[in-house]
Design a protein around this ligand. Structure first.
Ligand SMILES: Cc1cc2nc3c(=O)[nH]c(=O)nc-3n(C[C@H](O)[C@H](O)[C@H](O)COP(=O)(O)O)c2cc1C
Length: 347
């Protein structure tokens, strides 16, 4: 067992989750946390004209304000998605709003897009030359009415468009009232049009909820294709509590569930998307990755790229390189010579 799991994690898990997060973040932001990274030509890819040294990125929500962008590559990630960023700076929901479910290796959060606002985040990214591709995840400000959502996303995109290798329309967080209704055809189409009218060339993704029916997912695919989106991110957190022990103390807290209990649900969505549009769209698989096997499975279910959040909180600084080494071992053992040969093999 590494130092993180044997000594540091027990200490941090004694603190309330958000204070532990803030403490860890301060260290990350100062650049004092790093690890032995794992590099392999087997894990490199060029997708939508962007080079990825490996397929595992840090998911949205950890570096909401792009404060630690110069440091994420030192932890072995192949990319990082900053945000969710909204046009208006906002404090998010009252605390407590983050809960651990250690028996189930899960988290429940209702952060509510606490962030500094698009212009402040843009000023932080200005002039940086990140070592890995940066995705920028955009959401709707809480004070903006749902009918004006498209304009809100457009304003954020306008402020941030020069700083991301790709952009994400997040319409799947359960913690902004009504947000997930923007996954429907009409509002989604309006948001994509508004963003595309500012700049048609930037790689654009939509991030979906794991709670959508397949018919609703098919509608998202249709709209995404109409607006020439680059791809789809599957998935955000779930409002369901499937896979959570009945006696878990925080199971009834409101918010989105992530981590191990989300894995199966998220993979089902990924598989459906791959079957429906895997040849035309880049798919980013996220939800419940803890090991190299989880990573291997997501790629076999159709992911071009993957992301992690909760598994990294549980796994600590060595998590990314450990998973990547395990992934390479699994590929070698199965005679797979490139990620593109693995992709979709089990979809
Ligand atoms: C505390 C927390 C905050 C999150 N914030 C965001 C966010 O701001 N935007 C977003 O698109 N996803 C957010 N997510 C969702 C993650 O990016 C990811 O989609 C989800 O947690 C599933 O992956 P995981 O099981 O590896 O955690 C958040 C997740 C957690 C646990």
């Amino acid at each position: 067992m590494g130092l993180y799991k044997s000594a540091l994690r027990p200490l941090m898990f004694r603190m309330d989750p958000e204070s532990a997060h803030d403490l860890a973040f301060k260290a990350l932001e100062k650049g004092v946390v790093s690890t032995k990274t794992f590099e392999s030509p087997l894990l490199e890819q060029e997708l939508f004209a962007v080079k990825f040294a490996n397929p595992l990125g840090l998911g949205a929500g950890f570096d909401k304000n792009a404060r630690a962008v110069p440091h994420w590559h030192k932890l072995g990630f192949g990319s990082v998605e900053v945000g969710t960023v909204t046009w208006h700076a906002q404090p998010g929901n009252p605390k407590p709003r983050l809960f651990r479910l250690p028996e189930d290796q899960g988290l429940i959060n209702r952060m509510g897009f606490n962030n500094d606002g698009a212009e402040k985040v843009a000023s932080r990214l200005w002039g940086l030359k990140p070592a890995i591709p940066i995705g920028i995840n955009l959401g709707k400000s809480k004070i903006t009415p749902l009918e004006e959502a498209a304009n809100d996303y457009q304003l954020s995109f306008r402020a941030l468009k020069d700083f991301g290798a790709y952009f994400v329309v997040n319409v799947s967080s359960p913690n902004t009232p009504g947000l997930r209704s923007l996954q429907e055809r009409g509002p989604l189409s309006e948001i994509f049009s508004a963003i595309r009218s500012v700049d048609y060339t930037k790689p654009l993704f939509v991030k979906v909820a794991p709670d959508l029916e397949f018919t609703a997912l098919d509608e998202v695919i249709d709209v995404a294709k109409e607006h020439r989106l680059t791809g789809i991110i599957a998935t955000n957190t779930t409002i369901s509590r499937g896979g959570v022990s009945a006696k878990a103390p925080h199971r009834d807290e409101a918010g989105g569930l992530s981590g191990r209990p989300l894995c199966h649900m998220s993979n089902k969505v990924l598989k459906h998307l791959y079957r429906a549009c895997g040849q035309d769209m880049i798919l980013i698989g996220v939800g419940g990755i803890f090991t190299g096997q989880d990573l291997y499975d997501k790629i076999a279910f159709g992911a071009h790229l993957c992301q992690v959040y909760t598994g990294w909180i549980y796994g600590g600084p060595q998590m990314a390189p450990r998973c990547l080494e395990e992934l390479e071992n699994l590929m070698e053992r199965n005679g797979i010579k490139a990620l593109s040969d693995l992709r979709g093999a089990a979809a």
